[in-house]
Design a protein around this ligand. Sequence first.
Ligand code: SF4
Length: 387
Amino acid sequence: MPLVFPAAVLEKFLTNSLGIYIHVPFCEKKCTYCNFYSAPPSDDIRNRYIDRTLKELKRWGAETMRPVDTVYFGGGTPSLLKPRELEEILVGIRENFSITKDAEITCEVNPGDDLESFLEVALPLGVNRISIGMQSVNEDELALLGRRHSFLDVQNSVSTLHRKGLDNISVDLMLGLPGSDTYKLDRSIDAAFSLNVPHISAYILKIEENTPLFLCKDKLNLADEDIICDQYIHLCKRLSEHGFEHYEISNFAKCEKFSRHNLRYWQGKEYIGIGPSAYSCLLEKRFHYPADMTEFIKNGTIVFDENGGGLEEFVMLRLRLSFGLDLNELCEKFSISNIDPLLDLAIKLSKAGLCNLSNNRIQLTDEGMLVSNSIILKILGAINENL
Ligand code: SF4
């Protein structure tokens, strides 16, 4: 059944561009820290997954009729798609949506997967950005994380991409690994620099329940909060010295090679996510496909989320970005007339080195980004005093 939106809402959004996220929920082997939804890639399931994805592309293309300027294949492991499967989805996207000429089309890839045949299909169909799950250069850390690649695989993937003329590449690094120290972190940072890529994402390891790492956490030499803070600040400093702009809590880019698709999330712009566990934000509504492959391939049912899109999300997303929280935009969007308590708080936070207050914007410093959750709570408290 089509979604029904009030005419005024439709009018406001109809010309705005959309992003498309394709969740490829297949992993050859589960990494020890990961609780993302994924399923084993049997041929039967894959065929039915592709069929359903094509149906959903048709459904959303007809529903939205909007230009698309970012596409992101995430997972799971998109590079596990066979070339024919990747082609079917990319063609399905192009047949059902109008993709802008300068669209950013990103695929996450696992180093060590067959990139040559993947790119033979991906490049002619417009994939122009690749994100590589490097995580670390240290063999013991990769083994602990259950990653099925080495740094040599990462180097080979990057040289293949460079040889094919694709240089918009991102690599992921992980901080706060058990037993990690500055020496090991520096090795990984230096290795990432040696790849000559314009984008680095750096995530702090979170030990999630129901993961193999959680089950053996008491036996691990876990990094405490002080170590994690030191590593984060150290990494921010080294990346900044190397010319990377810290544009989002976990993301750094050179030459403005920001992830345009991910910026869409943080700026509260619209996107359609397709696949089990994928979320969407469309015409002021939030909805998702449940994390259930059987349900996805059988019915493609979506579930609407009650929450989302309010003041809390707005503040949280804006403060993730180095651009910061624009107080004029905040007041206008949420009809706030008195922001004095918020300004008082911002001045205190700025004296503590946690934010900068300039051009009527609150921008978190690297230190502030580390404690962003508690700052967001304080900011929401100060705003709510006057609502
Ligand atoms: S980290 Fe990525 S490759 Fe590893 S299990 Fe999770 S989704 Fe799969």
